[in-house]
Design a protein around this ligand. Structure first.
Ligand SMILES: *Cc1c(COP(=O)(O)O)cnc(C)c1O
Length: 348
């Protein structure tokens, strides 16, 4: 049975969280002399002299509407990267606990584990980039706190089989984090509607990809309110700044425009895949459910350098496990994709 009390680090369980000025008073008042802000204003705008809402109530309400998830099941981080780090700090005791990743996958799961002195166990994906369930099972023990699953996966681009993720959720008593940074580009449906079913599920999403707001730094974690409570206690009080909160609220009113961009990016991805696969030297374009393509190409490192000379930067993944000779190429604008294809056509 899943028991969150067995999962939370003992120092976190006993933590008395920092109580900010904005926490201790949240009613109506005219005169705010409680937070040592500059009462005269700011050089930019009269509101930026005030600390932002530490609970991001309005943004969470808007996300709750758009995603059909209860506001109490939403945590907001300074990018998903903050959510990843917080999950370690909430649930993994340094030097004692371990986590499992499934490489090749997003690099921050490993970096953040190393920073937090948490042992990393690896169950590499199979040749078809799907989960190796048998291997996962042999790695998990009583100190395994998190299994990280990235779907659609970065850098391979594919979605992981839903049934496999379900098997992990049903058979593992630690947290199963499903990172859905690219879910808006996928045919697969999100796991956010399954939170009630799985008390050990954490879903990560972000404003950095489909929403087009990587510069704002806003990531989302969706989970049971018990898990969200623990993360709320540990986060820095003002982790989401005022400008980000205001602009995210505006963006959340533009779902239609975002969906148009998603459709366009998916169309361009599919078109680019068809063109790339016919180019000389290209061995394979892997099926993608994301806004990038993983491309196996002869002499990938040389091609990478050649493209750089032409002013085009892609991601060289050729020394990553299972991605030998691969470049990861983000879908650009129509002009950018054409420039890429033209450059590759001139290659010889
Ligand atoms: C880009 C990406 C993120 C996003 O991180 P942010 O900190 O929200 O910008 C998260 N996970 C994966 C797998 C990614 O590729």
């Amino acid at each position: 049975m899943f028991d969150i009390n067995k999962l939370v680090r003992s120092n976190i369980k006993n933590l008395a969280p920092y109580s900010s000025a904005r926490d201790e008073f949240s009613g109506e008042a005219k005169v705010f002399l409680d937070a040592n802000e500059n009462s005269l204003g700011s050089p930019l705008n009269k509101w930026y002299n005030r600390y932002p809402d530490p609970h991001q109530v309005k943004v969470k309400q808007a996300i709750s509407q758009v995603k059909s998830v209860a506001a109490e099941s939403i945590f907001l981080g300074n990018g998903s990267d903050e959510c990843i780090d917080l999950l370690y700090r909430c649930f993994c005791t340094p030097g004692k606990d371990n986590i499992i990743i499934c490489p090749p996958t997003y690099g921050m799961y490993q970096v953040s584990a190393e920073i937090n002195d948490v042992e990393i166990r690896k169950a590499p994906l199979l040749d078809d980039f799907q989960l190796n369930l048998a291997h996962l099972e042999t790695l998990a023990d009583e100190n395994t706190k998190i299994i990280w699953i990235c779907s659609p996966n970065n850098p391979t681009g594919n979605s992981l089989h839903r049934q496999d993720i379900e098997t992990v959720l049903n058979n593992f008593n630690g947290l199963v984090v499903v990172d859905e940074a690219y879910i808006n580009f996928a045919r697969q449906k999100s796991w956010v509607q399954e939170l009630a079913e799985y008390p050990n599920l954490v879903v990560l999403q972000t404003f950095s990809k489909a929403w087009g707001l990587a510069g704002l730094r806003l990531g989302m974690a969706f989970a049971s309110k018990e898990i969200i409570n623990v993360m709320d206690r540990v986060k820095p009080p003002y982790n989401i700044n005022q400008v980000t909160q205001e602009l995210a609220l505006k963006a959340l009113e533009e779902v239609g425009q975002v969906n148009d961009m998603i459709r366009l990016l998916v169309d361009m991805r599919n078109a680019l895949a068809e063109v790339l696969v016919q180019l000389p030297g290209v061995q394979k374009v892997y099926p993608s459910d994301a806004n990038f393509l993983l491309v196996k190409i002869n002499k990938a490192r040389d091609v990478y350098n050649y493209l750089l000379e032409k002013g085009i930067v892609v991601r060289d993944r050729s020394n990553v496990l299972l991605c030998e000779d691969c470049l990861r190429i983000t879908i650009g604008t129509e002009e950018e994709n054409t420039a890429l294809v033209d450059a590759l056509n001139q290659l010889n």
